[in-house]
Ligand binder design. Sequence first.
Ligand SMILES: Cc1cc2nc3c(=O)[nH]c(=O)nc-3n(C[C@H](O)[C@H](O)[C@H](O)COP(=O)(O)OP(=O)(O)OC[C@H]3O[C@@H](n4cnc5c(N)ncnc54)[C@H](O)[C@@H]3O)c2cc1C
Length: 381
Amino acid sequence: MDFSDSDELAQFRSGLRKWLRDNVITPEPDEPHAQFLQRWHRVLYAGGWVGLSWPAEYGGRGLSNTYDVVLNEEIGALGAPDAPRIGYMGRAFLQWGTEEQRRRYLPGLLSGDDFWCQGFSEPDAGSDLANLSTRAEPTGSGYRISGQKVWTSYAEYADLAILLARTGEPGGRHKGVSAFVVPMSADGVSVRPIMAATGESEFCEMFFDDVEVPEENRIGAEGDGWPIAMMTVAYERGAADVGYLSKFGAALGELRTLLGDRLHSDAAVRRTVADLEVRYRVLSQHVRRRLTERDLADTVPGPEMSVDKLLMTDVDQALHRAAVDLLGADVLLTPARPGEEPDDRSAWLRRYVYARAASIYGGSEQIQLGIIAQRVLGLPR
Ligand SMILES: Cc1cc2nc3c(=O)[nH]c(=O)nc-3n(C[C@H](O)[C@H](O)[C@H](O)COP(=O)(O)OP(=O)(O)OC[C@H]3O[C@@H](n4cnc5c(N)ncnc54)[C@H](O)[C@@H]3O)c2cc1C
């Protein structure tokens, strides 16, 4: 497989590089990180750089998936704020949504005007998501939703949630799960932020107390919630789909800058950074191959994305572990990069702690290994 840029891709890359240099933004004083990223998302969208691989009729550009890799690479190379994480949020609409839902929800998702959160996990349903107990009772014209979600990233800022709830029998496992769009402003929705070890409250508890939604807010048919969830998490495990490839590229560049002369004078430092570069490039090439295959076969991602999730976690944790080891006490003095809120802890230390969560969110490392064993390699349970 040839991984070099085609002429069109090379032209796209150089146009993007120039645009990024002229348009990168920095956070306002006291601007929360999530809001800064949303503002950056809108700037990128206005420049025509968001939704590259999404259909043009819903606000995208109808390009191949490979363009998303180039977007991530160029943002990373410049050290600009992360590429938007939308890659996984609304894909379900393309396969299961009605035309009306696609036209209603996708343009706002792509432009960054609507901020979405993902209400899947519950206190007793994380790795074992099929144990979820939030209920959606039919009312005749729609559904009444009651239950609790937890660890919902950015729920505090979200306009809309994609929510899994049980419409079938209690205890029905994968069967009888349905997916809904729930406006976060609906009566009966409340959100309680959870303070994490990073010192930030990225994720939240969400409570649904007899929340009424019309039938048109259900995605797909009753009972389609499980395949919708599985497709959504498969996209969530892709480093270009969630923009993390850009984040790692930027962090690596920043680490090299901070190490300065030590990169040349200290053989151990050079070896460690070379190792990180190799891991990053392996991930980047792997993602490019994956997305090229997705383009060629015109498929949606499946269980194979668990391999991507493990590779992504490996780069994230190796990079931040090495940064803390190599920078040592200096990390406490390191200024935040654009898009990071200044804080009394260093940005690197915060990012290191967040990287520990990489082997939990989007499905834990053990769960990914189980999926690879059973659903990719076909080994017995
Ligand atoms: C930063 C962050 C952001 C998140 N954002 C969201 C979000 O936006 N929306 C959302 O819905 N969820 C979100 N989550 C939740 C995440 O999906 C869950 O934390 C994850 O699926 C694990 O579930 P759990 O926390 O209930 O742990 P548990 O399922 O209780 O697992 C505990 C431990 O047991 C292990 N384990 C469990 N079952 C097995 C098994 N069968 N085989 C081997 N080991 C097993 C796990 O690997 C883990 O180490 C987020 C989590 C984090 C950390």
